[in-house]
Design a protein around this ligand. Structure first.
Ligand code: 1CP
Length: 343
């Protein structure tokens, strides 16, 4: 299927483009009234994720209503632990909760390395989405980084400090590595299956990169990200390591096309340290609480900071649930118009 809007893919290849492509992390769900209407008719989040036709519908909503340059498949990073044998519940207004957590070797012995087919509902959703998009924009598949997934599996839920997960790195590093390797192998299988199902681009979210000191990050996260990058060879891959404390130089060693920046990272530093990479980001999501003038000014500043090549415009993290769709539309139209003017 030929893509009619291949701006994202051309940008990733380093080509000159007529403007900067734009999409938003967590654009599917959360902010659109069309999403909430559908979601309210269902038993919960998991029903939406696990019903391919509905997941596809929600994936396409931001393309229809926000005119973004890419779709991201509606799913969650926590489908991997579930496929490995550790089921989760999504508690309304609170987030994910695991009924059991991983603390000992015998807990790990009950898990298995997941195959792509263990998450068939998302693969089916990708196939349906590709068909329904009919080449309008590329489709992004995704997974959590092994460290971030490990943090949820050991902690059992979201946490400010993930101290239980971090404690395991010091008390039982070998056990931690065993679990991280199983997550990594499962993730590679899942990403390959997403590509086979039709994903055009992949993104790995290391949302909790920022809670590890540099030496721990290298040992318990970067090591596994390298394995993932090595395994994904024919599909463009983005690594988003929020708040990461290792140097841009170290991060640049990852064999991936694109690095996602959070809103506290300085585009100029990253450009200098990783001239061969495409950069994605990084507007502070809170800018979207500002007036249209503020959104315009901040978005323009961001575009100037990144320059007109090898940049995918995005927020520095997921869009917050109470942001108005109008603010998002302002952001998107400023990116489209001003990035064309800058060329
Ligand atoms: O009922 C609902 O609507 C629940 C809210 C929700 C949604 C819409 C959750 C719960 N997950 C999702 C979907 C989701 N999650 C997507 C789909 C595509 C999109 O939204 O555009 C994606 C890409 C994710 C990824 C995800 N899930 C991450 C990584 C990205 C990030 O924001 O850092 C993480 C950390 C999760 C875990 C998760 N899922 C849901 C919540 C509330 C959380 C965070 C829990 C915590 O506080 O730690």
């Amino acid at each position: 299927m030929e893509l009619r809007n291949d701006l994202l893919l051309r940008t990733i290849r380093g080509e000159k483009t007529e403007r900067t492509p734009v999409w938003l992390m967590r654009q599917a769900g959360r902010i659109l009234p069309e999403y909430r209407a559908l979601r309210n008719k269902l038993s919960g989040f998991k029903e939406l994720v696990e019903t391919p036709e509905l997941a596809a519908e929600v994936t396409i909503q931001p393309v229809d209503h926000l005119d973004v340059d890419a779709a991201i498949i509606f799913s969650d990073i926590l489908v991997i632990p579930e496929a490995m044998g550790l089921p989760y519940d999504m508690v309304e207004k609170r987030g994910p909760l695991f009924r059991t957590t991983i603390a000992t070797e015998s807990d790990i012995n009950k898990l298995h390395v997941a195959e792509g087919g263990d998450i068939q509902y998302t693969l089916d959703a990708i196939q349906i989405t590709k068909k329904e998009l009919n080449g309008r924009v590329p489709l992004i598949g995704f997974a959590g980084a092994p460290w971030t997934i490990f943090a949820y599996m050991v902690e059992g839920s979201g946490s400010k400090t993930f101290s239980r997960a971090r404690a395991m790195l010091y008390r039982e590093p070998e056990l931690a590595h065993r679990l991280l390797q199983m997550i990594t192998d499962s993730t590679i299988n899942y990403l390959h299956a997403q590509v086979e199902a039709g994903a055009d681009v992949l993104q790995v979210f290391d949302s909790w990169a920022g809670i590890l000191p540099p030496n721990q990050y290298e040992e318990f996260s970067l090591f596994y990200l390298h394995q993932i990058c090595a395994a994904i060879q024919d599909t463009p891959l983005t690594v988003f390591a929020k708040d990461v404390r290792i140097s841009a130089k170290k991060l640049n060693e990852l064999d991936c096309e694109t690095i996602g920046l959070d809103w506290c990272m300085n585009p100029a530093t990253f450009r200098q340290e990783m001239p061969g990479k495409v950069l994605q980001g990084n507007l502070d999501p809170c800018v979207l609480y500002g007036s249209p003038d503020v959104i315009m000014e901040e978005t323009r500043r961001m575009l100037i900071n990144f320059g007109t090549k090898r940049h995918i415009a995005n927020l520095g993290h997921g869009v917050y649930p109470d942001i108005s769709p109008e603010a998002v539309k302002t952001f998107i139209s400023v990116v489209k118009e001003y990035s064309a003017e800058l060329r």
